[in-house]
Design a protein around this ligand. Structure first.
Ligand code: ADP
Ligand code: MG
Length: 559
């Protein structure tokens, strides 16, 4: 610490470049300070700082990070404390980012993050600090205050005894219970579980916090399942079984809200979120129409064939997909990447992709209709192990193919399966044109031709929806299960990693799995140094690659 202060005094008033001599590590009374990167000027992205507090000071009981679930949750918790502390001690003093301290704001999801770590030896947090300057002249006194007053305060706040002990335990136990619950789903033959008392609606489309005074979720008795959780004990809620589940009900009665909660249930939620015990099969994928997207050699023939001008749909490519072709490609790509559950909402689907009613079947003969609607394939998909949950308030055609029909009335679910089946029996309005089973899907072998200057691919991520990769813009607006920019950034760097595995032999799934395997083994840090990341799924990495305009694919021929 004295060395750091000596250096600081030496460079006071000098040009900003002199800050570079601070790079290195310094022993403070209660922690080690690492200055890993020093920004080039006061307006550049703030410097990367790490503090490591030995456990003999931090004193986290081993049980707070003893299992994978707990460790991830504790690190998530520490990131949240760090976020608040950095905000509290951030003080603009000088030009540009001078005096600012920050870490990115976590969403309501408990995710693995590389902003905090915990083990038997120490805890470590990482954040950004704008080293202070007036114009380009170093303000050493201000920097000294940051290093000797504010950062030690942040370090002190992170000691176990200074945290709200109850809150720490609630956080890790909630995550542990939710992970346990999710792991139980297969043995219960379920694809999702929604606990009684859950609060599903959010404050607004841009505010993920729970809606106040919302009506708590309450399972219909016939779908209620009870499970025993390690911390919380017994808990009851609605089980959604494997198969085809329909969510019906009047407009504005909470159908889409329930589906959104299932989409989010692939991750754990912080205590107080309302969705702590809404868990979904981790390979559940939201499927929607996405007209305008690019498609590269996807076999959409199960849904679309005989396009005008004889366009091939077994290896369908387009720079500008329609609603139905994009939705078909989204399904096939999701299955290729390992999806086990499809989540579909009528609000964001192409109608002609979802249904073709009796009258339309009469008017437009099958011979000139290229689309085999999803309704005719949904059971065949289930036979291949892919379950579906569909929100469909506008058509009863799906009664014929559903295993369960949940009707939302005033935000409460009712089991209308028997009623719907009775109606389907009474009025066989649909022609049964169940088509032949669809052909085996050939895995694709991806190749990326990135335009960039030299070897270095510049990666830039502004919000959670777009990645600038080299000169290419990747639009993830409709990849709805990305919840934070920290995830988007990780996906961006993971694409770069994935390119290493694209050897003209590996399939897209193999490429993506190789990257995920590397992350699992060595952590998110392998994606890039000094960059803030949160975990993401193989499915979203594949989705990002699939949306790249420079993606080229070969088809893997079966032997
Ligand atoms: P639907 O898809 O059936 O038309 P939505 O799910 O979009 O309906 O919900 C309509 C509105 O009701 C939304 O503004 C949503 O936030 C609100 N809402 C949903 N569930 C609840 C609930 N349990 N309590 C209170 N409001 C809710
Ligand atoms: Mg809706």
């Amino acid at each position: 610490m004295d060395e750091l202060l000596r250096k600081l005094r030496k460079i006071n008033g000098k040009g900003y470049k002199s800050y570079q001599i601070l790079k290195g590590s310094y022993e403070f009374p209660n922690f080690t300070l690492f200055i890993d990167r020093v920004q080039g000027d006061p307006f550049a992205s703030p410097s990367n700082i790490r503090i490591r507090i030995p456990q003999k000071v931090a004193r986290f009981p081993a049980e707070t990070f003893s299992s994978r679930s707990r460790e991830v949750a504790l690190r998530d918790f520490l990131t949240r404390v760090l976020y608040e502390e950095a905000r509290k001690h951030s003080r603009k003093a000088g030009s540009g980012y001078s005096g600012l301290m920050r870490v990115e704001k976590p969403s309501q999801k408990i995710l693995e993050r590389n902003s905090a770590f915990a083990n038997e030896k120490w805890i470590e947090v990482r954040f950004r600090v704008g080293l202070p300057a007036q114009g380009r002249r170093i303000l050493a006194a201000e920097a000294e205050r940051i290093f000797t007053e504010r950062i030690p305060k942040i370090a002190a706040a992170l000691r176990f005894k200074n945290l709200d002990r109850e809150k720490v335990y609630e956080h890790i136990k909630t995550a542990e219970d939710a992970d346990f619950l999710r792991s139980l789903l297969p043995s219960l033959n379920l694809i999702a579980f929604v606990a009684d008392g859950s609060i599903l609606p959010r404050k607004s489309g841009i505010d993920e916090r729970p809606l106040e005074n919302a009506i708590p979720f309450e399972s219909p008795p016939s779908l209620r399942v009870s499970v025993e959780l390690p911390n919380r004990g017994e808990i009851a809620g609605m089980g959604i079984r494997k198969g085809v589940t329909l969510i019906v009900g009047g407009g504005y009665h909470g159908k889409s809200t329930l589906l959104k909660a299932l989409e989010a249930g692939i991750y754990n939620h912080i205590p107080g979120d309302g969705r702590e015990f809404v868990v979904t099969n981790p390979a559940a994928v939201k499927i929607r129409a996405e007209d305008g997207r690019r498609i590269e050699k996807v076999d959409i023939s199960a849904f679309i064939s005989d396009l005008p001008f004889g366009q091939d749909t077994r290896t369908f490519s387009t720079e500008n997909a329609s609603g139905s072709t994009s939705q078909a490609a989204n399904i096939i790509e999701a299955i290729e990447a390992g999806a086990e559950v499809l989540l579909i909402d009528e609000d964001t689907s192409a109608t002609n992709f979802m249904i073709r009613d009796f009258r339309m079947q009469e008017l437009v003969p099958k011979e000139i209709e290229p689309i085999t609607p999803f309704i005719d394939r949904v059971r065949q998909l289930y036979e291949r192990g892919v379950s579906t949950v569909i929100v469909m308030g506008g058509s009863g055609d799906y009664f014929d193919v559903a295993d369960a029909v949940i009707c939302m009335i005033n935000y409460k679910p009712h089991d209308f399966t028997d009623k719907a089946k009775l109606i389907a029996e009474k009025s066989k309005l649909r022609k049964k044109e169940v088509p032949e089973d669809f052909k085996e899907l050939k895995p694709r072998i991806p190749l990326l031709e990135i335009k960039s200057r030299g070897d270095r691919i510049k990666i830039s991520v502004k919000g959670k929806r777009t990645i600038l990769f080299g000169r290419e813009l990747i639009d993830l607006s409709f990849v709805e299960q990305i919840f934070e920019v920290q995830q988007t950034r990780a996906i961006a760097y993971a694409i770069k990693k994935a390119m290493k595995y694209m050897d003209g032999e590996r399939t897209l799934k193999e490429v993506v799995d190789a990257v995920m395997g590397e992350i699992r083994k060595k952590g998110l840090d392998i994606l890039a140094p000094l960059t803030e990341f949160a975990e993401f799924r193989a499915l979203e990495l594949a989705a990002a690659i699939n949306r790249m305009r420079s993606l080229r694919c070969l088809l893997k021929e079966s032997k």
